[in-house]
Ligand binder design. Structure first.
Ligand code: SAH
Length: 326
């Protein structure tokens, strides 16, 4: 039975289900059944665009690790590591300054775990952040929080999904006045507590906003094209814009410090995307045009530069990562 049929039966038996439960079921099935990344898939992420992205993330973490005094037992942890591409680029950079810590991946998808295992055979996998080890952690979450299920309200009524006239429909139908992501806040709170107790830092990179209520930000993508969020349960990628202010508040309640939120474009250029692109093109003259195009896609306003934001959460005594401090 397809997920659409299973949801139709569930709604027939129980009545409309919350958008939260619909999104959770759709994304669980979606990520469990495919590798969605890249041209042949449904969407492309920054580390899949260029190695320069992961190298700058790695340079940022290497710098924090060194300035924190190279604590013993510090480990690298990634939330939703996709194909493991980002971890490869980050760990290559960090290896260059002598970081040899363990690697921990929080990943639910068996398909993506297999892809990650090919590149990182010695990693340890976790279903949730709860089992991460009690050591200083250097955590990266790129396009992770946006995949977690949200709740929405139309006035005082929680937005649900009904099955009517042969298709899924929102109920009630009306303007969404509030959207929250309970799982994202819970994870940010728990990791804020972990970092405050054991040391470390987390870089959160995602498309989202840093203040103000946004209402409905739910969207679905399939084969690089936007589709209706209720049109393809389990075979389209459902995401929302991340509420960075809500993540920051949760992490602070856990005892951690949080930095300001800046755009991905400003952050990458501050970390040296320009010189890195020039150096990389110098070593690969036949790829110079591609590398310039990758830089533009990562950092320009027409690309991912403005929509995507970056924020760090860190132990109160650890330094803020470069470019994010006060
Ligand atoms: N960070 C990668 C992949 C982003 S796609 C990149 O930038 O290329 C989202 C990732 O989060 C996938 O690896 C997906 O399987 C994982 N994921 C989605 N929901 C999850 C959940 N609830 N728990 C753990 N991992 C999840």
């Amino acid at each position: 039975m397809s997920l659409a049929e299973a949801l139709e039966q569930r709604i027939a038996a129980e009545g409309p289900i919350s958008l939260h439960d619909y999104m959770a079921a759709s994304n669980a099935e979606y990520y469990a059944s495919r590798d969605p990344l890249g041209k042949a898939g449904d969407f492309t992420t920054a580390p899949e665009i260029s190695q320069m992205f992961g190298e700058l993330v790695g340079a940022s973490l290497a710098d924090v690790f060194a300035r924190a005094g190279r604590p013993d037992h510090a480990a690298y942890a990634e939330l939703g590591p996709g194909r493991g591409t980002l971890a490869s680029d980050v760990l290559r950079l960090m290896g260059g300054i002598g970081f040899e810590g363990d690697v921990h991946f929080v990943e639910t998808s068996p398909v993506l775990r297999n892809a990650q295992r090919e590149r990182h055979p010695d990693a340890t996998w976790h279903k949730t952040t709860d089992s991460l080890p009690d050591v200083p952690l250097l955590i990266v979450a790129n396009e992770f929080f946006d995949a977690l299920p949200v709740r929405q309200w139309v006035g005082d009524a929680e937005r649900k999904v009904a099955f009517e006239g042969g298709g899924f429909r929102f109920s009630p139908n009306g303007t969404v006045t509030r959207e929250t992501c309970p799982a994202a806040e819970a994870i940010a709170g728990r990791l804020g507590g972990h970092l405050a107790r054991h040391g470390g830092v987390m870089l959160v990179i995602d498309y989202g906003y840093a203040g103000g209520e946004q209402g409905d930000t739910l969207q679905a993508v399939r084969r690089h094209t936007k589709v209706g969020p209720l049109a393809f349960p389990g075979t389209s990628d459902l995401t929302t814009h991340v509420d960075f202010a809500a993540l920051a508040a949760a992490a602070k309640r856990g005892g951690a410090k949080v930095t300001r939120v800046i755009t991905q474009g400003t952050w990458l250029e501050t970390l040296g995307l320009g010189p890195r692109a020039v150096a990389l093109a110098g070593r690969n003259p036949d790829r110079a045009d591609d590398i310039a195009a990758q830089r533009k896609r990562l950092a320009s306003e027409e690309g991912m530069g403005t929509l995507f934001k970056v924020m760090a959460v860190h132990h109160p005594d650890w330094p803020a990562p470069a470019g994010l401090g006060a």
